[in-house]
Design a protein around this ligand. Structure first.
Ligand code: ADP
Ligand code: MG
Length: 895
């Protein structure tokens, strides 16, 4: 792990340069304590070193400076090194998780060094032994505070490979927090799609694999093993003789998987958390969607990064965090196998048909904690009493869920039922053992219920008995010394002492067995040999009780982990049931349907809706449903219509219906038949990507190129206003050519929205193209959008009316309308080949009624250049100012 930088920050703090590791000072002449720091730091130069010192984690030197800036905590100094004070900062151990979370989010990695011996039992002068027991990195988190409950947290490892002489990428991804472990070997060109689908938190890859937008997530460079070694080591890690037991892996997958496992092991100082056996996903199996498609469709995240106006945000009715994660996984990887889709559909359809069972199941799920994440912590010896309680409650929830599933069941539910009932007594044991409620940490004590372990009860009795003795002793002292108000108190440094009020101090000093330890403002503290003895006994009893409690806890953890696979399978089943009931909830009001997913290339949606737009409209207006027919003989739907008429909405709704249908979920339509789509491309109104220095047009063309290279006859391509980022003629020409390619060479199902209504004339030449338009109604000289898709071409663009709606002042609107009329007249007389009004306009530039003589007029030119369809209200206003500014010139010219 050498040679990597300190930080991979998306949000660099000014205090340090994320690209270069801060220099570690020369350790020569360090104090013994600092020498230990230097030694630990040398093994983890690219991480911040959290050095445990009592109740704090301390950071030193550049680490301290970086952390103090990132966490906004005080930077102090301690001791000296090489003649200068040592910068230092620290975070309290009990609050460390919150600080860790912030550092991880800012792209740091953290090495946590703990005290490996008890400071109290230490002999000699050497510093306490400390070791790095964990490397905290974005892709290997297990703490709830550091994780998003409803989303996986993936570590992805990549390796180069070849398969049938094609370049492939071996990919292995795992979630340490849940044990998920999968691999795939997609063609190298599909890497962006895979990255978009997985959204990994951290990526291990050789420098030769470029990660694009995901580059900031690149982890340290690690050494890959040769394929044969990798296969053997991977099998060994899972206690198998050969990898073949788990499925068929390409070399590259095995290499990547081993890379991931090795890295996880390093971060956990040699311990491997519980991981499922790696499951190769095969070559096909999921609907390919690249990053632009995913972000454009706003499946899991909206453009603004939120989840409110997303597909998942609209359809999520899951009741558990694990269910939410599974739903997210289904939506990010819709299937391309009709049988599997039908299995999922059968599951929620059954729940829909059995509402009582669904209600029982939901009641059970509401009590189900996050079993998978509890297991992950327990398997790394970092679990607490609450994690065991999660297993207890999870088992209870599973039992209750199983009780809901009665009668002949569809396959998915029957499969879940088979693994839900775990009849091993673990639940009873945990119920008997754990106090209710359990404390957060084992050290808090009292996590084991009295009566469960006789030995523990005995130690506790001793401890508590000593306390009783203490109470008796206090009474005894009070009588013996004649000071009724005397108290026995525990003091952090002095142990048990007698506290006496001021007026009694003189009297007490006369007793030789009482030693004055400390004066106070209103009294004094005394110790006695008896108290010292009792102090020791109580401490010992308490320590013995705590030790016994730890032993009982460890035993319970081992008992639970003996069944880790069973428990993990059960957790998975609960998660799938949760998604099934969520789907049933969505379908229940009857507005969503079960689509017919078929192996052919059909595409019929009757009464389809956009779930997110519909939800956003809720209450204010009714969403207008629209049909969509992309049957093989009419597979190219060309959609024209003015701005704001609903084109983009229609496009996306059909793409989303495919995602939902192939994820095995209900779709927002009356009826739908979806012939399986292998790749989905959605290009919707590319936003300027100024951050990466690319113009709208460049982005649009890059994305168009990707479609033309990758789409095939089973794909669905949804394109929104291609070519609008450039001059009209360019744009029209490009849109035209792309349309021809999609129609002829690629032959995929396509919905193509455009404001170039000239393109509708192509229907004569492209037999499978069907022009459609968004219906609008003219009402009192204004335009009313009906949001209805109808066959035919747009009569006109209504751009002028939209400009009017947007508040462009009346004179300009009137003038634009007049110009439009003249342009239209020209194009109508110029013959069928000149279906390009603006082109026609440039060949005969003279408008009918030039206001400023026959010279080409700047005002006219400026007006002619305006495309109201493409103006925001703000741009329209700017345009108006520009036009107005041209006026005096024109007036002088006329004079
Ligand atoms: P366009 O792409 O043609 O400019 P949009 O698809 O962006 O239009 O739609 C503009 C607005 O019209 C949407 O934000 C939504 O509020 C409304 N809208 C679109 N389609 C519908 C529909 N089918 N039913 C009701 N309202 C709709
Ligand atoms: Mg649009």
């Amino acid at each position: 792990m050498a040679g990597t930088q300190l930080t991979r920050t998306q949000d660099p703090s000014p205090a340090q340069d994320p690209q270069t590791p801060p220099a570690i000072p020369d350790p020569k002449g360090a104090s013994p304590a600092m020498a230990q720091w230097f030694a630990l730091k040398a093994d983890h130069p690219d991480a911040l070193l959290f050095l445990r010192m009592g109740d704090f984690y301390e950071l030193f030197f550049a680490d301290a400076e970086a952390a103090a800036a990132a966490l906004d905590i005080a930077l102090t100094a301690r001791g000296e090194h090489a003649g200068a004070p040592i910068p230092m900062c620290g975070v309290p151990v009990h609050a460390a998780e919150a600080y860790l979370a912030r550092l991880i989010r800012r792209g740091f990695r953290v090495a946590v060094a703990e005290q490996m011996e008890d400071p109290k039992k230490r002999t000699g002068k050497a510093p306490i032994r400390r070791e790095v027991i964990r490397l905290v990195t974005p892709g290997t988190l297990i703490e709830d505070a550091l994780l998003e409950a409803g989303r996986p947290n993936l570590l992805l490892a990549l390796a180069h490979g070849t398969l049938d002489r094609q370049d492939v990428i071996g990919a292995a991804w795992l979630d340490v927090s849940t044990g998920l472990f999968e691999t795939a070997a997609p063609p190298a060109t599909d890497l962006p799609a895979l990255l978009g689908r997985l959204e990994p938190a951290e990526i291990l890859a050789p420098a030769t694999i470029k990660l694009g937008d995901h580059e900031p997530k690149r982890g340290p460079e690690t050494q890959a093993s040769p394929p044969l070694v990798a296969r053997r080591r991977l099998a060994e890690a899972f206690g198998a003789a050969s990898l073949d037991a788990f499925g068929s892996f390409t070399d590259a997958e095995a290499v990547a998987a081993t890379l991931a496992v090795d890295y996880v092991r390093t971060t956990q100082s040699g311990t491997l958390p519980r991981l499922a056996r790696p499951a190769p996903q095969g070559q096909a199996g999921v609907l390919a969607m690249d990053a632009a498609t995913r972000s454009g469709l706003e499946i899991l995240r909206a453009r603004d990064g939120g989840t409110r106006h997303t597909l998942i945000g609209t359809i999520q009715r899951t009741l558990t965090a694990a269910g939410a994660r599974t739903l997210a996984a289904w939506l990010s990887a819709p299937l391309t196998d009709a049988t599997e889709v039908v299995r999922r559909q059968d599951a929620w359809s059954w729940l829909l048909a059995n509402p009582e069972a669904a209600a029982t199941l939901r009641a059970a799920l509401r009590t189900a904690p996050d079993i998978a994440r509890a297991l992950a912590r327990l398997s790394l010896s970092r679990g607490g009493p609450r994690d065991l309680a999660s297993l207890r409650d999870g088992l209870g929830a599973a039992r209750a869920a199983a009780a809901a599933l009665l009668g002949p069941l569809p396959a998915l539910l029957a499969g879940a039922l088979a693994v839900l009932t775990i009849d091993t007594g673990l639940e009873q044991t945990l119920t008997a053992a754990l106090a209710d409620p359990v404390p957060l940490r084992l050290d808090d004590g009292n996590s084991i219920r009295p009566g469960f372990d006789p030995a523990l009860d005995a130690e506790r009795a001793l401890r508590d008995d000593s306390r009783r003795v203490l109470a008796t002793l206090q009474l005894d002292y009070a009588q013996r010394y004649g000071v009724a108000s005397l108290k026995i108190r525990h003091h952090a440094q002095l142990g048990y002492v007698i506290e006496a009020p001021a007026q009694a101090v003189e009297k007490l000093r006369e007793y030789p067995e009482l030693t004055l330890r400390q004066g106070m403002a209103n009294g004094a503290r005394f110790s006695t040999p008896e108290l010292a003895d009792l102090d020791r006994r109580i401490a010992e009893a308490a320590e013995r009780a705590a030790a016994r409690e730890r032993a009982v806890f460890a035993h319970l953890v081992r008992t639970a982990l003996d069944q880790v696979e069973t428990l993990a399978t059960c957790a998975d089943a609960l998660a799938r049931l949760d998604v099934a009931q969520s789907a049933a909830s969505v379908a229940e009001p009857g507005m969503w349907c079960r689509p017919d997913v078929t192996e052919d290339a059909q595409f019929h949606v009757k009464g389809g809706r956009h779930p997110v737009v519909e939800a956003a409209l809720a209450g204010q207006a009714a969403f207008v449903p629209n049909d969509c027919d992309l049957s093989p003989d009419r597979r190219l739907l060309l959609l024209t219509g003015p701005n704001m008429a609903g084109k983009s909405t229609f496009l996306r709704q059909n793409a989303l219906i495919v995602v939902l249908a192939q994820a095995g979920l209900p779709v927002p339509a009356e009826r739908a038949q979806i012939g399986l789509v292998d790749r989905l491309f959605s290009r919707v109104g590319a936003a300027d990507d100024l951050a990466r220095g690319r113009s709208t047009f460049m982005v649009e063309m890059t994305e168009t190129a990707a479609i033309l290279h990758q789409a095939g006859p089973r794909s669905l391509v949804v394109v929104d206003e291609i070519g609008r980022g450039t001059a009209t003629l360019d744009g029209l020409a490009i849109a035209w050519a792309v349309l021809e390619a999609l129609h002829g060479a690629i032959r995929c199902r396509t919905i193509f929205a455009t404001h170039f209504h000239e393109l509708a004339e192509l229907s004569g030449r492209l037999p499978r193209l069907r022009p459609h338009t968004m219906r609008v109604k003219e009402w009192k000289r204004s335009v009313v959008f009906l949001h209805e898709v109808a066959e035919g071409a747009a009569g006109r663009s209504w751009g002028v009316h939209v400009a009017e709606l947007a508040g462009v002042p009346a004179p300009v609107v009137r003038r634009a309308a007049a110009l439009l009329a003249s342009l239209e007249k020209q194009s109508a007389t110029a013959g069928p080949m000149a279906a390009l009004p603006l082109f026609a306009a440039t060949t005969s530039p003279e408008p009918e009624d030039p206001p400023c003589g026959s010279e080409p007029d700047p005002l006219i030119a400026a007006l002619a250049e305006l495309d109201p369809d493409r103006l925001t209200p703000r741009e329209a206003l700017d345009a108006l100012y520009r036009l107005k500014a041209l006026l005096p010139v024109c007036a002088t010219g006329a004079a």
